[in-house]
Design a protein around this ligand. Structure first.
Ligand SMILES: *Cc1c(COP(=O)(O)O)cnc(C)c1O
Length: 439
């Protein structure tokens, strides 16, 4: 199919701005407060299924990862108030945030150090569970610590798991699969950072490197896996187990907010900002949040100007039928976790009725925001994660949204949550280097 990009740009000023690499903010014309009712491709039973699975595996996870002993095998991160960062954004960007500003620290998620510890680990566990049950070696009511036995590790070692990644997905799939006992091959795009490849190799993961972008690494991984009947491919472009692993975040957040006595209701809206690559992580979290909070939660994605694939897919209505290359931009960004040129084949369609909008942000700004968060709150998150601030630094657009949604008299009651998606495992020398970069 040929795409008439000139017509697209003419019909939509946001696409024209994106093609010019200008920062922009797209409001989703298909968003409605009650949009959740319109979603038919997936169901909330699937979230429950993922949540129950993570619960079944919790004793196993606590057993094999000492860092999970304290939470009894639940992989979770804190959500914290960031008053000093709010001051910084208000003073330096005129952000005019009058409600509460919080940070969801998936940057600190144990085991894999990024939001991928939700979706990626869930999918590997599901695959292991399916295989073990099918072989008659496990039943749903068993104590799953038995999966760590030498006999089970040997059983799993006959099987291979493969994935294409810009880095963090490979880390999560690689670390978890290697622990289960699977043979793991991670196909890394050119964007992937060297330290991530080295860390994986140190855990016995085979890392294949490509001089090409993410889409190419995924294609090669899929091809390689399809040739081997014992191999399973984690398909970031289509995977529902990934999506549902991310969606479980919502019920956990709900519990955390209520423990902190933070209300989310008609008079106290929740605004959530999530960095987006292919769309699985932010899409899954959004789907989960909408299933719980309905019209009282407003979800936004943020993307690098050079890799704004979800915005382009949704604004054009073409979804995975268009890539950023089609509008003449390169998909290259320092935000390695977001370096994706073509969006997921299903996420954009699922969230079309419920996503409020997408903002883009220039790479150079990510470092300044990273330093600001470190200075004001003592919290380090990786540059990709900092894209989450891309909406709040555009106060005029936010104001327009409040007006359009009739929220102007409620802005003081809004809880804003920026979703920090990665950072924990970044080595100190990389952190030091990041501190010298950007604006
Ligand atoms: C993967 C990733 C995202 C986005 O997830 P997608 O599923 O690719 O949209 C955001 N931030 C970081 C740090 C990531 O690694």
């Amino acid at each position: 199919m040929t795409i008439d990009t000139e017509a697209l740009k003419k019909s939509n000023p946001v696409i024209a701005a994106a093609a010019n690499l200008e920062e922009t903010f797209w409001f989703n014309p298909k968003f409605t407060p009650e949009g959740f009712e319109k979603i038919t491709q997936v169901t909330t039973d699937q979230i429950k299924d993922a949540s129950d699975r993570l619960q079944r595996f919790a004793p196993y996870l606590a057993h094999v990862f000492p860092e999970l002993a304290e939470t009894k095998g639940i992989i979770e991160s804190p959500v914290v108030e960031t008053t000093e960062m709010k001051k910084f954004l208000n003073e330096n960007f005129g952000a005019d945030i009058t409600g509460r500003l919080m940070l969801k620290k998936d940057s600190d998620l144990p085991v894999a150090g990024s939001v991928k510890a939700r979706g990626g680990i869930h999918e590997v566990l599901k695959h292991a569970e399916d295989l073990a049950i099918e072989a008659g070696k496990l039943s749903l009511t068993d104590d799953y610590t038995k999966l760590a036995s030498p006999e089970m590790v040997k059983f799993f070692s006959q099987y291979t798991v493969q994935v294409g990644s810009t880095g963090n997905l490979g880390m999560s799939i690689g670390i978890m699969s290697a622990k289960i006992g699977f043979t793991v091959i991670v196909h890394m795009s050119a964007d992937a950072k060297e330290w991530k490849k080295n860390l994986l190799r140190s855990r016995g993961v085979q890392v294949v490197e490509y001089q090409d972008d993410y889409g190419a690494a995924v294609d090669e991984g899929r091809r390689n896996s399809d040739k081997d009947p014992m191999s399973y491919f984690v398909d970031d472009e289509n995977s529902q187990p990934l999506f549902m692993g991310y969606a479980v975040a919502a019920e956990r957040l709900q519990k955390q907010l209520s423990e902190q006595n933070i209300a989310v209701d008609e008079d106290h809206p929740l605004f959530v900002y999530i960095p987006c690559g292919i769309g699985g992580a932010p899409g899954g979290v959004t789907y989960g949040l909408k299933s719980i909070y309905g019209k009282n939660v407003h979800c936004f994605f943020t993307e690098p100007t050079h890799a704004c694939c979800m915005m382009l897919g949704m604004a054009s209505g073409l979804h995975d039928g268009i890539s950023v290359n089609d509008i003449g931009i390169d998909g290259k960004t320092e935000a390695d976790g977001l370096a994706v040129g073509r969006p997921s084949a299903f996420v954009g369609k699922v969230i079309e009725p419920v996503l409020s909008g997408v903002a883009t942000i220039e790479d150079v700004r990510l470092y300044g925001l990273m330093r600001a968060l470190l200075d004001t709150e003592g919290t380090f998150i990786e540059p990709s994660s900092c894209a989450g601030y891309g909406c709040l630094i555009r106060p005029e657009d936010m104001k327009r949204y409040y007006e359009e949604q009739g929220l102007t008299d409620k802005v003081d009651n809004i809880t804003h949550i920026v979703w920090a998606t990665g950072g924990r495992m970044v080595p100190q020398e990389m952190r030091d280097k990041y501190l010298t970069m950007g604006l």
